[in-house]
Design a protein around this ligand. Structure first.
Ligand code: AMP
Length: 283
């Protein structure tokens, strides 16, 4: 397994591989890898000869300093886990903050046609400017043919598609299914910090999403939303931050259902001080 800390070295490697005519897949991560990340790497290996996995806790996408400090950093374990997938075809790019930002640790302002103001954008100030900044920079360094993002962060996935469209970037974006525990809980690096009683109740989020999907077949978005809020009010451990049924293209909350549009339901909830997000396709 090749592990690289510098962008110049990555660029060199990439040019070599491209000269050999090899297809390059890219999976950006913040580390603390789990099977959800691995499912993206496995998907990437189906379409590409070499996979670059970046492991970088990007400071500019955190609006909460404590969250940034507490974010798990487990590079050695991450590398071991990646080796179980492929020891020869994966390159890990684990840069320092300086390698990425030099001495200007700030994000660029982006216009994602309003996608950035919905849901996560409303509750995490400047988050998507940080995401746009790091992903654009990583695309410039790795110059991949294909890049893989999880539907777990569906809003992020749509924003990355918008970034590619707006800047005319030559990378194909592939959205990958949410990987879940048998309990239904979506895998997340944050799950490791859940205390046992919260871990036990957290699958309630997906259970509620599935029930909401069923109800959405016959009921309005407003009625389903009301029902979901009631369910969370009865749960003493989970605190609902938002539940939204949105059009997947605009991410705007649906007012009146249309047969021709696609919708998803999105949840953010706190389990103790840990913020969990999840979503489900409705039609
Ligand atoms: P993160 O390390 O949290 O920034 O995530 C890196 C990538 O892995 C993002 O594209 C996430 O959407 C994706 N990801 C995280 N958790 C999951 C999961 N449970 N299933 C599928 N993809 C995931």
């Amino acid at each position: 397994m090749i592990i690289v800390n510098s962008k110049n070295k990555i660029s060199e490697l990439v040019s070599q591989l491209k000269q050999e005519g090899l297809k390059i897949g890219f999976v950006p991560t913040m580390g603390a890898l789990h099977k959800g990340h691995i499912s993206l790497v496995e998907r990437a290996l189906e379409d590409n000869e070499r996979i670059f996995v970046s492991v970088f806790v990007n400071p500019t996408q955190f609006d909460n300093k404590q969250d940034l400090e507490k974010y798990p950093r487990t590079l050695e374990r991450d590398v071991e886990l990646l080796k179980t997938v492929s020891d020869t075809n994966i390159v890990v790019y684990a840069p320092t903050v300086e390698d990425i930002y030099s001495d200007n640790v700030n994000s660029t302002r982006f216009d994602f046609d309003g996608l950035e103001y919905e849901m996560e954008g409303e509750f995490r100030d400047g988050h998507f400017d940080g995401v746009g900044t790091i992903v654009k920079r990583l695309f410039e360094i790795v110059n991949p043919d294909n890049a893989y993002f999880g539907e777990k962060d569906f809003q992020q996935l749509q924003i990355i598609r918008k970034l590619v469209e707006k800047y005319n970037l030559s990378v194909n974006i592939v959205g990958c299914k949410i990987y879940r525990e048998p309990s239904g809980l979506a895998l997340s690096s944050r799950n490791e910090r859940l205390k046992p009683e919260y871990k036990k109740t957290a699958p309630f989020i997906y259970k509620t999403l599935k029930a909401a999907k069923k109800k959405f077949g016959t009921k309005s978005a407003a009625k389903v939303t009301e029902w979901v809020k009631k369910q969370f009010a009865k749960n003493e451990l989970l605190k609902l931050e938002y539940f939204t049924i949105a059009n997947i293209e605009t991410l705007k909350p649906v007012k009146r259902k249309s047969k021709h549009k696609k919708y998803r339901a999105f949840i953010a909830a706190y389990a103790d001080d840990i913020r969990l997000i999840d979503n489900i396709a409705l039609n």
